[in-house]
Design a protein around this ligand. Sequence first.
Ligand SMILES: CNc1nc2c(CC[C@H]3O[C@@H](OC)[C@@H]4OC(C)(C)O[C@@H]43)c3nc(N)[nH]c(=O)c3cc2[nH]1
Length: 372
Amino acid sequence: MTSFRYERFATDGAARLGRLHTAHGAIDTPAFMPVGTAATVKAMQPESVAATGAQIVLGNTYHLMLRPGAERIDRLGGLHRFMNWSGPILTDSGGFQVMSLAKLRKLDENGVTFQSHHDGSSHHLSPERSMEIQRLLGADITMAFDECTPFPATPAQAADSMRLSMRWAVRSKAAFVERPGHGLFGIVQGGIYSDLRAESARALIDIGFDGYAVGGLAVGEGQEAMFATLDATVPLLPEDRPRYLMGVGRPSDIVGAVLRGIDMFDCVMPTRSGRTAQAFTRRGTVNLRNARHQDDPRPLEEGCACPACRSYSRAYLHHLIRSEEILGPMLLTWHNIQAYQDLMRDLRAAIGAGRVAAFAAEAAAREALGDI
Ligand SMILES: CNc1nc2c(CC[C@H]3O[C@@H](OC)[C@@H]4OC(C)(C)O[C@@H]43)c3nc(N)[nH]c(=O)c3cc2[nH]1
């Protein structure tokens, strides 16, 4: 049986080239994890997700506990079987979504009680229940149950919130059922305050986790404050464990975070944007609803291997969007996930070649050109 382990092959500054081994396969890092909130990467079949080069997808405790229910997915063979994804799955622990989606929430030391945003039914999440749900789902990577500190927060608010998450981290670790190839990640909190981030990192290292996520970011603080918080946090994390920056981000966010030592990312942007006619290209984002595309025979992006760029023109993609045809969001979602996987592939190659800083500068220059 595979043991859960992280291999590091090369470093380039703070950036790392590595591989994470799990029960359902390996993940080359730095990696981007497509978001599959309700057991599907929206508008894509699993075969298509795999064809982009993605090796791991995200699921979520909050969404799946409400519908169809964790026990039901377990009875049906677990999340891998249910969604027909044979690769690794990481599930978020649910705290973030409760605070952003649920109604009538009551948070106390034990956990959070809330009403479903679907039907108003009452539910409870605690570190113990979150670990049980993620085990029932069969997640290869389980996230500790935490509170994502809202932004902005005063130092006192951020300290209280972080220390609650650290007490919940102890309970998450105690409730986590060790299985070969399955790992548990702790989540660093502390807002934008370096001293609180250091306290949180130390607390998690003392508990001991298989990986360390940086939470509480990509919540409106802006890129500069996010990078400053990473500068204060990532160097404190163990070098022999993967680092996961939650909810990030745009391509420039990802490049800057890789340069600061982050290995794993998730973000709804490529999938959500694919459904709103926004395409990610090396020359920035392109809005395919714009009439300037209606006679353009060129592919969306030269050299992209996705079906949208291989077989269709910008004029056709524009037509599908204007006609509100389902194929539009399908093709643009595939392209965006492909674009993110290509960025990660290029970043991994640049780190391996010791030229990641030059690559970052080239990528920023290309993006600044804007679409033609
Ligand atoms: C967008 N900015 C952002 N997202 C964050 C997340 C959630 C990440 C989850 O939310 C979705 O991205 C919006 C993804 O799809 C599912 C599958 C629902 O899970 C992913 C966080 N999660 C936890 N547990 N703790 C955090 O401090 C935290 C911080 C975040 N900042």
